[in-house]
Design a binder for this molecule. Sequence first.
Ligand code: NAD
Ligand code: IPM
Ligand code: MN
Length: 361
Amino acid sequence: MKLKVLVTAGDGIGPEVTNEAVAVMQVAAEIGGHTLELAEKRIGGIAIKTDGTPLPEETLKAALDSDAVLLGAVGGNEFNSLPPDKRPEAGLLAIRSALGGFANLRPAFAFKELAVNSPLRPEIIDGADIMFVRELLGGLYFGKPREWDKAKGEAWNTMRYTTGEVARVARIAFQLAQKRRKKLCSVDKANVLEVSQLWRATVIEVATEFPDVELEHQYVDAMAMHLMNRPKDFDVVLTENLFGDILSDESGVITGSLGMLPSATIGGKVNLYEPIHGSAPDIAGKGLANPLGAILTGALVLRHSGGLETEAAAIEKAVRKVLEEGFRTPDLARANPQGFPVLKTKEMGAKVRETVQQILK
Ligand code: NAD
Ligand code: IPM
Ligand code: MN
């Protein structure tokens, strides 16, 4: 089969990790007899500099004309003084909105080999396997009114959801739970916010369609703690946009590094795939970035947009094998009592490629 993927590598470590992801995807697809038709377009800070806008028309057009979009990361310190609608991040929000995917799946899987790298005790995280389902097109990110009235010294954003927006993402979360351990935890702040009360009431209503799934509710503040104390108790975690942003980064503690986490956004015209980390200005350009989150994101592209389960599973297996063999990037070697080899971004990419080849041949 032929799969048309638009790569928007973006800024900072975005291009570094995306290059490795694409190379791994190509190897897997080729061995399976499939063709990846790749194109590249600008987004984020690089697009602001070249095109004067974080999401050029040309990029959006190419994205809408693809089977999938693979995004690296956007953002950089030089843009920090710009207002939100002019920043690189605005390009990301605009492409999310235009592609229409509302369910952002962020799996957090704790590889046993990386437990030593987490500040949590191994027995707490070993076996943790959580699927965050983050609503991606609503809440504070898109709610109106929003403004910073400098003269008044006042600024406001709006957390807004409709029943329909909550129900559609809840259905996806319940369906995922049915295929997993049949548990769903919905996270809100229904003790304080009307929007969270609507969220909870809607989730309870949708739950009647899925009697085989056990539903619980947690307030987001308590959830931030439960995730660190007992991550293995959670299967699917459903949240609104901002809570999901925060809790999914927090799950980088469970996986041993933020650089291990992939994501796929589904439900719209074209699926959008991105590792959950940012452009990491502190390590950009040094070859220190961990490409595994991006590589695992590449596996999700093949699975969800190409239906290439064998190839996707081979990539995931290769990541596991490379970790079992002891290879690490610097973020995975903060604790390295066994003195495992610490690889640069490209070297880690090459290891995964070789391993994918061994697995698929
Ligand atoms: P970040 O995720 O870029 O970095 C947080 C920390 O994690 C840093 O210490 C970084 O070095 C480390 N890190 C992140 N990814 C890593 C990887 N693959 N390998 C090794 N270490 C990794 O978050 P930040 O520093 O808060 O934000 C930097 C910029 O990225 C900001 O402009 C922010 O808006 C943007 N951002 C973009 C996206 C995206 O494009 N999807 C996501 C998050 C943040
Ligand atoms: C993420 C990022 C983005 C978000 C930013 C860069 C707009 O933090 O994908 O997690 O908040 O959604
Ligand atoms: Mn984030």
